[in-house]
Ligand binder design. Structure first.
Ligand code: ADP
Ligand code: TRP
Length: 322
């Protein structure tokens, strides 16, 4: 068995890009027999920017509800909330004492903001060390992450290496699992779908609002009668990611034949989103209407995570001399 672990940012309700690019691949990994998967919602990391307790809490619930709705099996894998396992803060301190200042000063996550130093809190500066603690606290072997997190994994390995050098083999050196083939889901304006570009599709809203959002997808100005090019159309690009082979070919033919407007294409996309995610949208709604169900799952995950974390932190304390 390989222990895989990843942290999920709790920046709110996941959009279609997060679902296709992150949630579904991670759930697929967790279903493989050879993997022992631990996924957590990184709400301690969120405190570097989120200052509203209500938002912090709701974001966590929305993210957890999405993962549960998409079928993460919490009897097999562990899903927990980072702040429920406070041992991670203790380990962060130990690791801080093995982290050279210049290593953090050179981290992209900090450098990107170093022109506005008065806006940078120490939590943000120390973010990579908290992330290292997240990983090392569970003896993680593989960490599925996006390319942008590669440097954080290198930092984690460096810190673990320094600790092991001082005390002998204690911490497991993790490897990044970077999926180079991961798809980039386009947003309503054709750029990468992202919360920060406000071009996302939220499949978890009601039909009316979802339909309205699909209707905002940017297209060219061809008239209803004109034949259209499916391969340069934002609506078609999304449709291709969600529909069945035969449906895609059917829509392609309609584009090429003409007398088929973008309104029709958007309607077809809306229908395919509803059909493909019917079960998940219902499950999400039910969970969000009963937060106790989500809390229950997260508490169960925290108990199991604490068992693993407790053993590792004991090992570390003994080595350090506490
Ligand atoms: P956002 O850009 O909306 O802030 P995040 O950066 O929080 O999204 O991404 C969370 C996860 O979702 C990451 O694993 C990221 O790779 C994935 N993801 C985000 N947007 C997309 C997209 N448009 N296509 C594919 N994957 C995406
Ligand atoms: N920094 C990661 C991101 O921005 C989230 C994260 C926090 C994480 N702790 C982690 C990822 C530990 C993997 C392992 O996406």
């Amino acid at each position: 068995m390989s222990r895989i672990l990843t942290g999920i940012q709790s920046t709110g309700k996941p959009h279609l890009g997060n679902i296709l690019g992150a949630i579904l691949p991670a759930i697929e990994l967790s279903h493989r027999d050879e993997n022992d998967a631990i996924y957590f919602i990184a709400d301690l990391h969120s405190l570097t920017t989120v200052r509203d307790p209500k938002v912090l809490k709701e974001n966590t619930l929305a993210v957890a509800a999405a993962w549960l709705a998409f079928g993460l099996d919490t009897n097999d894998s562990i899903l927990f909330r980072q702040s429920d396992v406070t041992e991670v803060c203790e380990l962060t301190w130990y690791l801080n004492c093995f982290t050279p200042y210049p290593m953090l000063a050179n981290a992209h996550s900090f450098k990107d903001k170093s022109s506005r130093l008065n806006e940078v809190n120490v939590g943000l500066f120390d973010y990579p060390v908290l992330m290292a603690a997240d990983i090392l606290l569970y003896d993680s072997e593989f960490v599925p992450v996006g390319k942008d997190q590669k440097q954080h994994l290198e930092i984690t390995r460096d810190i673990a290496g320094s600790f092991n050098h001082a005390y002998g083999e204690t911490l497991v050196l993790p490897e990044a699992l970077i999926n180079e083939k991961v798809m980039v889901v386009p947003g309503t304006d054709g750029q990468k779908m992202s919360k920060s570009y406000n071009n996302y599709i939220d499949i978890f809203q009601n039909d009316k609002a979802l339909r309205k959002q699909v209707m905002t997808i940017v297209t060219d100005a061809k008239s209803l009668e004109e034949p259209k090019d499916p391969d340069t159309c934002n609506v078609f690009r999304l449709y291709e990611l969600l529909a069945m082979e035969a449906e895609i070919e059917d829509l392609r033919a309609k584009y090429l034949a003409g007398n088929f407007g973008y309104g029709h294409a958007k309607d077809a996309l809306f229908q395919v989103i509803c059909k493909r995610f019917e079960k998940e949208r219902n499950a999400y709604e039910e969970l969000m209407a009963t937060p106790a169900l989500i809390e229950n799952e997260l508490s169960k995950g925290a108990l199991r995570a604490k068992l693993i974390a407790g053993k590792v932190i004991k090992r570390v304390r003994e080595k350090v001399g506490y």
